[in-house]
Design a protein around this ligand. Structure first.
Ligand SMILES: C[S@@+](CC[C@H](N)C(=O)[O-])C[C@H]1O[C@@H](n2cnc3c(N)ncnc32)[C@H](O)[C@@H]1O
Length: 426
């Protein structure tokens, strides 16, 4: 284990832990999302490496932590966020859209009163959605109240206001469903738990809505109105709509590996998205288009990372199929490296917060692989890698390296913050 500053470039630095920090200030606490970056990390990276930056990109935006932080800094003219998950796009859009809080409050009061009235009314009939297994994941009274809320939100004309309410609705869906709390994969509660589970859907929605509303009041005053926010429903592995040489700061946390064996973003988002009206096909495809979603056919690869080659050999010796899963993630990541190289300016800082996960008992040094992939084809200076403990991160501290349920290894108690700078051509 490396001790603090035992090596000039890579060292433990507990000042990045932010052990007791409030991670829900401003709009950061609007909606849960797997493996969120804590805002203090985005803030510090922006302040340290983006003092003169004008354009920030988060190519794996998730819930928009970096984008929201950029809008709280006065120097940025533009931010871009890319994600393939429609739920991530909605969360990030709402978190970075300032709305007059008086208008919101008026609409919220009207909406909540109407929902309570409709719920109590014997005459009122409401159309409920009929997606697959809805009765398995929600109790009948919950389905009825969620349908009432959704129908009333649908009648709101102002798009930003409507999205604001839809986000609180999506968070409510999760908390009133029959899923086990605190899990990102979809697991149903036990029978004993289900018997005791009688959520008050409309009060729960109201509470969430007012929590968000209070924060919007602060955000209205603090955000930089000159910062243009671009939320892109695109794929970072492909050519994006971002112009060449236009981004001077990247702050991001990519997925930790293929979603099948790390974080299942698709599963996490499924119920919320189905209630929001997305069809099953669109929801299921999230994990497929996520990095490493489709395993590579063989273990041949032209990736320029000796560390990856060495690590794959060790995994292959134990399980060639798992080695292919691992490789597919880095093959996709390398496509993103090409795209990030295209869009960044010389002198841009690229900050990656990564996890070095363990497969078959072998830790994969993703922090080193990221550096090697960038340096393989182009001129990037590796400034630092800071290693931090994860005190709060909302993600499993266990995964299944053998792919057998119940056979878990503890991983992801640390993160590696990799700082690269794009240099002029050699
Ligand atoms: C670790 S999460 C990011 C969390 C984010 N930093 C936050 O604070 O919420 C990684 C994100 O990468 C997204 N992602 C996966 N594959 C992608 C791709 N090909 N293009 C763009 N985004 C992708 C996932 O949908 C997920 O939202």
């Amino acid at each position: 284990m490396l001790s603090k500053k035992s090596n000039k470039i890579k060292y433990w630095d507990t000042s990045w832990d932010f052990r007791t920090a409030d991670t829900k200030y401003s709009n950061h606490g609007y909606h849960t999302y797997p493996a969120m970056m804590i805002p203090q990390i985005a803030r510090r990276l922006i302040r340290t490496y983006g003092k003169n930056a004008k354009v920030l990109l988060d190519p794996f935006m998730g819930s928009g932590t970096s984008l929201l932080e950029a809008t709280l800094h006065q120097n940025f003219k533009k931010t871009y966020g890319i994600d393939i998950n429609p739920l991530a796009l909605l969360i990030s859009k709402v978190k970075t859209t300032s709305i007059n809080s008086e208008l919101l409050e008026k609409e919220a009061r009207r909406l909540i009163n109407k929902c309570f009235d409709d719920s109590e009314s014997k005459q009122k009939t409401v159309k409920t959605p009929d997606f697959f297994n809805i009765d398995f994941w929600f109790k009948p009274s919950v389905i009825k109240d969620l349908a009432i809320i959704k129908t009333n939100i649908n009648s709101i004309k102002n798009k930003d206001v409507k999205n604001f309410f839809l986000l609180a609705f999506s968070e409510t869906v999760r908390s009133v469903s029959n899923t086990r709390n605190g899990e990102y994969k979809l697991y149903r509660m036990s029978h004993a738990m289900l018997e005791k589970h009688n959520p008050n859907t409309i009060p729960c929605f109201k509470k969430k809505l007012y929590f968000n509303l209070e924060r919007m009041e602060e955000y209205e005053k603090e955000q930089n109105p000159k910062c243009e926010v671009n939320i892109l429903a695109e794929d970072t592995r492909k050519l994006t709509s971002i112009p060449n040489n236009s981004v001077d700061l990247i702050v991001t946390s990519p997925p930790y590996g293929d979603s099948k064996t790390t974080v299942a973003y698709g599963q996490f988002s499924r119920l919320g998205l189905q209630w929001l009206g997305y069809d099953k096909g669109a929801v299921i495809s999230i994990d497929k288009v996520s990095l490493g979603g489709i395993p590579t056919k063989d273990l041949k690869n032209g990736l320029g990372s000796p560390t990856l080659k060495k690590t794959l050999k060790k995994i292959e010796a134990q399980d060639p199929r798992r080695a292919k899963d691992v490789l597919s993630f880095y093959v996709d990541f390398d496509k993103c490296v090409q795209e990030l190289h295209r869009v960044t300016t010389e002198g841009a800082f690229l900050c990656f917060v990564v996890g070095n996960r363990t497969v078959k008992g072998i830790q994969i040094p993703t922090d080193e692989i990221v550096v090697e992939l960038f340096q393989a084809k182009n001129n990037y200076k590796h400034h630092n890698t800071f290693i931090r403990n994860i005190p709060h991160k909302r993600m499993p501290t266990k995964n299944s390296p053998t792919n057998k349920s119940g056979n878990h290894a503890v991983t992801m108690n640390e993160e590696w913050i990799v700082i690269l700078e794009k240099q002029a051509h050699d």
